[in-house]
Design a protein around this ligand. Structure first.
Ligand SMILES: NC(=O)C1=CN([C@@H]2O[C@H](COP(=O)(O)OP(=O)(O)OC[C@H]3O[C@@H](n4cnc5c(N)ncnc54)[C@H](OP(=O)(O)O)[C@@H]3O)[C@@H](O)[C@H]2O)C=CC1
Ligand SMILES: O=CC(=O)O
Length: 328
């Protein structure tokens, strides 16, 4: 009998076909609430594949046969790793295949905020471009040769730093708990304290995973340390930033601008002040959202699931300690 797996995000037909050859696939695409049918399938499911679903103790109690959770995302803050470890359930994510695409998006936000591209696009479209030369009040700021501070110099942080160093001749500061030898040696980057980075950077980019130690890492006192001319970019998770403090800093012109891909609440509330400030560029959490990259992420997740349920070690296993639990 085929093992049962639950798929809760749309994937390409050929990948779905591969899954169906191996498993009995139950497809549950929920908009907000999980359905009774989902919980019924969960009782006998051995694998879960999708993203953003919160996998906590309450859900795991209803999944007595679960062996593996395969996230179709690099971040895995939706997973309670302690609860998974207690049950010896494997967890996997999809790093690397999305790194360059997310780095491109982050650089898009850096350029869009600095050169005010969405604002000027709206200015032209709405018929306000009446003089040959626009006024100084619409000028942007330079990106090249400025200082970029990266909080979380991991895979994506390093890819952004490469673009910044080679393409824009920027100086790079970063804050990480461990040194990044490649960034230090090849990109002349410096691992500095968070406060030092905040005070010295022209662009502050957040790319740490959300965890207990990064929850609201950037709040009022951190915004106060930034230059008045600083541009703040968040590509990690909304909860890493105190959004009210960000809104106050932007309104009070304590920082120049912000470029955001992620928010405390997603989708963002339609009445959020972030949507009416001219000095904010907003994206709907699309760091990795190109056709090619989303395909590669799903492909890797499918591979993780197949290998995990066939007794092999999945390539992007997050919690290796469960292998001892399983006697591997
Ligand atoms: N917007 C989007 O669409 C996307 C967002 N993401 C987000 O980006 C995050 C990073 O992805 P990726 O680069 O692949 O992950 P990595 O694990 O490669 O990098 C994370 C880095 O953060 C550092 N870090 C962790 N905790 C702290 C801390 N408390 N203080 C300072 N640095 C810390 C780690 O280094 P060290 O442990 O040495 O401190 C590591 O270098 C994901 O977790 C996800 O939240 C990812 C993909 C797409
Ligand atoms: O936010 C997206 C991810 O892959 O993590």
């Amino acid at each position: 009998m085929k093992k049962k797996v639950i798929l809760y995000r749309a994937i390409a037909d050929d990948l779905l076909q591969i899954l169906k050859e191996q498993f009995e696939v139950k497809y549950h695409l929920f908009a907000s609430e999980m359905t009774p049918e989902f919980y019924k399938d969960l009782e006998s499911a051995e694998g879960l594949i999708g993203n953003k679903l919160s996998i906590d103790r309450t859900l795991l109690k209803k999944a007595p046969n679960l062996k593996i959770v395969t996230n179709i995302s690099a971040g895995y803050d939706n997973l309670d790793l302690n609860a998974l470890a207690e049950r010896g359930i494997m967890a996997t994510n999809t790093p690397d295949v999305l790194t360059d695409t997310v780095a491109d998006t982050m650089f898009g936000l850096i350029l869009s905020t600095a050169r005010r591209i969405p604002e000027l696009h709206n200015y032209v479209r709405s018929g306000q471009w009446n003089e040959k030369n626009i006024g100084e009040e619409l000028f942007g700021v330079d990106v090249h040769h400025k200082t970029l501070g990266i909080i979380g110099m991991g895979r994506i942080g390093t890819a952004v730093a490469e673009i910044a160093h080679y393409g824009f001749k920027m100086d790079i500061l970063y804050n990480n708990r461990s040194n990044n030898a490649f960034a230090d040696e090849k990109l002349h980057a410096k691992n500095v304290s968070l406060n030092h980075l905040l005070g010295e950077s022209d662009f502050v980019l957040v790319l740490v995973p959300l965890s207990d130690s990064t929850y609201k890492l950037i709040g009022e006192s951190e915004f106060n340390l930034m230059k008045k001319s600083a541009i703040f970019i968040n590509g990690s998770r909304g909860e890493v930033v105190d959004e009210q403090a960000l809104i106050s800093s932007l309104k009070n012109k304590e920082i120049l601008a912000a470029g955001l891909d992620v928010y405390e609440k997603e989708p963002i509330s339609k009445d959020s002040p972030l949507l009416s400030l001219d000095n904010v560029v907003t994206l709907p959490h699309v760091g990795s959202a190109t056709r090619d990259t989303r395909y590669q992420m799903a492909k890797l997740a499918v591979k993780n699931l197949i290998m995990g349920l066939n007794g092999e070690v999945p390539p992007s296993l997050i919690n290796r300690e469960v292998l001892t639990h399983q006697g591997k």
